[in-house]
Design a protein around this ligand. Structure first.
Ligand code: SAM
Length: 266
């Protein structure tokens, strides 16, 4: 049986590869821009709001968000990832009194209602679910959990690994036989997510579960395609400006490595 991907063995590497790098900086800048444009209260004063981060990992984005006052529940099946989130929470606590507002739910996101203290936290005003969908054995089942865990009128920030970006990268690498966009199979032990997602199919599933789209962005529209990796850091501010601009532009956003959808649950 294929199971959801627990990141216990990847916790250290993930921190270095994603958040210690320009990749992580692009991701955080795009997310922050989308939040500030559509739900700015979460970056000003979010006291009394409840935010649930599913598959939270190290929770860089949600812990920083929680410095603005909200209650935050961090969920993950990986205890190693949650341990690193706890360290970051302690670092941020000095300025913002976070420790009293952050709680942890170690276990599968599918089981939150069976856990008494998580169940008491729900429903949330906002769910963050970033880079998790593509690691689930059955990605489609996520959507009904999202609906169960969110208040009507609440928001969902969903990001996921984009099959279009993976296809384009493989074409550029001349992997004509190894990769097929219509019948993707991950290689054993590979760090490529097990279920890269088609942005249009995800949008249809969201709409079928009563989510309406309020913003969409591509995350890393061109950074990963720069031919010589040494050139990626040549002009970091220039690159960030163009990533932000093209993340919203047709048709470029659809080619990004990740997609961010900000939705309201009606
Ligand atoms: C790629 S990481 C993303 C972490 C974080 N959300 C971020 O954006 O940096 C995927 C995370 O999902 C967690 N995960 C996978 N399946 C899960 C499940 N069924 N329930 C809860 N967490 C899960 C993994 O352990 C891992 O920490």
């Amino acid at each position: 049986m294929v199971s959801d991907r627990n990141f216990d063995d990847l916790a250290q590497r993930f921190e270095r590869n994603v958040y210690g790098s320009l990749k992580g900086k692009i991701r955080l800048r795009i997310l922050e821009r989308d939040f500030k444009a559509h739900i700015p209260e979460y970056f000003h004063d979010s006291r009394h709001k409840r935010v649930l981060d599913l598959g939270a990992g190290h929770a860089h984005f949600s812990l920083n968000l929680a410095t603005h006052g909200c209650y935050l529940l961090l969920n993950d099946i990986s205890s190693a990832m949650l341990e690193q989130a706890r360290v970051l929470m302690q670092q941020l606590d000095a300025q913002s009194g976070l420790i009293e507002r952050v709680s942890f739910a170690h276990g599968p996101l599918q089981g939150l209602q069976q856990d008494a203290s998580s169940a008491a936290f729900l429903p949330a005003d906002l769910i963050i679910c970033h880079a998790v969908l593509e690691w689930l054995a059955e990605p489609e089942v996520l959507f009904s959990y999202l609906r169960d865990y969110l208040k009507p009128g609440g928001y969902l920030s969903l990001s996921f690994y984009n099959i279009n970006g993976l296809a384009f990268k493989n074409l550029l690498r001349t992997n004509y036989r190894k990769f097929d966009i219509d019948s993707f199979k991950p290689s054993r032990g590979s760090l490529t997510p097990t279920h890269p997602q088609d942005p249009m199919k995800v949008l249809n599933l969201l709409q079928a579960h009563d989510f309406s789209l309020i913003a969409k962005s591509g995350i890393r529209v061109f950074h990963d395609y720069i031919l010589d990796p040494a050139h990626r850091e040549r002009d970091v501010e220039g690159l960030l400006d163009k990533e932000l601009a093209y993340s919203k532009r047709e048709p470029f956003w659809q080619m990004a490595r990740y997609i961010h959808y900000l939705c309201r649950y009606d």
